[in-house]
Write a protein that binds this ligand. Structure first.
Ligand SMILES: NC(=O)c1ccc[n+]([C@@H]2O[C@H](COP(=O)([O-])OP(=O)(O)OC[C@H]3O[C@@H](n4cnc5c(N)ncnc54)[C@H](OP(=O)(O)O)[C@@H]3O)[C@@H](O)[C@H]2O)c1
Length: 283
C-alpha cells in the first residue's frame, strides 16, 4: 500500500482531487509573475534527505513557501517544524513512496492546491544501490532502477507539462557523477543516474523555449545517511556545501552543475580514459 499523509504547519491540506491523474499546477495564483525577489513556492521531493534538507533550509531562511515530500511522515513533520522555525512562510508535508507512480498526480495536485502553484521543483530522492545485491537479483536491480530512474522520469513528465503550460519556473534534478561513466563497483545506480542525466538534458532542450529552467545537479561524494557505510576521504563534501551550490544554481538557472565544482574536472579526466584501460580500473 502507498504511504499517504498530508500535513501543514499553517493549514491542513485536504485530499482534494485524490483520484485525479495528470493534475495541472495552473491556478489563478500561478499566473502571477515569478521573480526571484518574490516569495518562492518550492516543491522538494526527497525533503528528508540530507541534501534536499540543506537546500530547504536556505529557501526557508528566505521566507519561502515549501511543499515537502518523502516516505517517512514523522521525519517530514520534524523537518517541517525546523524549516518553519528557520523562517519558512508555509510548510506543507506529503508522505509518499515515489514508487507509487499512480499517486504522483495526486501529490502534485495537493502541492498546487496548498501553495497556489509552484515556482521551483527540486527532485532530491533516491537510494544508493547495493551493487553486489543487484548482481545477484534481477528483482533488486529493477527495484533500484524503479526508484532512481523510472519513478523520477514519471514525476518529471508530469512536472514538465505543468511548468511548460505556465511558461515559467525551475525544475532541478539531483543526479550524480556516478551517471557520467559506468563503473564496475556501482553501475546499477550509475546507469539509473546516467539515464536521468540524458532525460533531464533533453527536457532542458524542450522547455528552454517555454522559459522554464531545467537544472542537472551532479554531486560527487557527500557525507549523508546514504553514504554512512562508506569510509570517508578528502573528496567527501558536507550536505551544507552541496546544498549551497544547488541553491545558487537554482537562483541563477545554471544548466548543469557539479558539486563541489572540482568533480567537473575529475569526471572530465575519467571520461577521457580509454575503455580498454577503464575496464580494468578498481573504481
Ligand atoms: N550522498 C551522496 O554521496 C550523493 C552523491 C550523488 C548524488 N546523490 C543523490 O542526492 C540525492 C539525495 O541524497 P542524500 O545522500 O541526501 O540522501 P539521504 O539523506 O540518504 O536521503 C534519501 C532520501 O530519499 C528518499 N527516498 C528514497 N526512496 C524513496 C522513495 N521510494 N519514495 C520517496 N522518497 C524516497 C528518502 O525518504 P525517506 O526518508 O522518507 O525514506 C530520503 O528523503 C539522491 O538522489 C542521491 O542519489 C547523493
Amino acid at each position: 500500500m502507498m504511504v499517504f499523509a498530508v500535513g501543514s504547519r499553517q493549514s491542513r491540506v485536504g485530499r482534494k482531487g485524490k483520484d485525479a491523474r495528470g493534475h495541472s499546477l495552473s491556478t489563478a495564483d500561478s499566473r502571477l509573475p515569478t521573480t526571484l525577489s518574490s516569495v518562492q513556492r518550492v516543491l522538494i521531493v526527497g525533503a528528508t534527505s540530507a541534501i534536499g534538507g540543506a537546500v530547504a533550509r536556505r529557501f526557508a531562511s528566505e521566507g519561502a513557501r515549501l511543499f515537502l515530500v518523502a516516505r517517512d511522515a514523522a521525519h517530514l513533520a520534524i523537518v517541517a517544524d525546523d524549516l518553519t522555525a528557520r523562517g519558512a512562510a508555509q510548510t506543507e508535508t506529503f508522505a509518499l513512496d515515489l514508487n507509487e507512480i499512480a499517486r504522483h498526480g495526486n501529490m502534485l495536485a495537493a502541492a498546487a492546491a496548498a501553495l497556489g502553484g509552484l515556482d521551483i521543483a527540486l527532485i532530491a530522492y533516491g537510494t544508493l544501490s547495493d551493487q553486489a545485491a543487484c548482481e545477484a537479483s534481477v528483482e533488486t536491480t529493477l527495484q533500484e532502477w524503479q526508484t532512481n530512474a523510472t519513478s523520477t522520469i514519471a514525476l518529471l513528465t508530469l512536472l514538465a507539462n505543468d511548468f511548460a503550460q505556465r511558461r515559467a519556473g525551475t525544475i532541478a534534478v539531483v543526479t550524480s557523477v556516478a551517471g557520467d561513466r559506468g563503473r564496475k563497483s556501482n553501475y546499477v545506480y550509475g546507469a539509473a543516474k546516467g539515464a536521468l542525466n540524458i532525460f533531464v538534458a533533453g527536457l532542458r532542450g524542450r522547455l528552454t523555449a517555454a522559459g522554464v529552467a531545467v537544472i542537472t545537479i551532479e554531486p560527487g561524494f557527500v557525507d549523508t545517511p546514504m553514504t554512512a557505510h562508506l569510509p570517508k576521504n578528502a573528496l567527501f563534501a558536507t550536505p551544507d556545501k552541496v546544498g549551497a551550490d544547488i541553491h545558487r544554481a537554482i537562483l541563477r538557472g545554471t544548466d548543469v552543475i557539479y558539486t563541489p565544482f572540482f568533480w567537473r574536472y575529475i569526471m572530465l579526466i575519467l571520461k577521457l580514459v580509454p575503455e580498454r584501460i577503464f575496464k580494468r580500473l578498481s573504481i
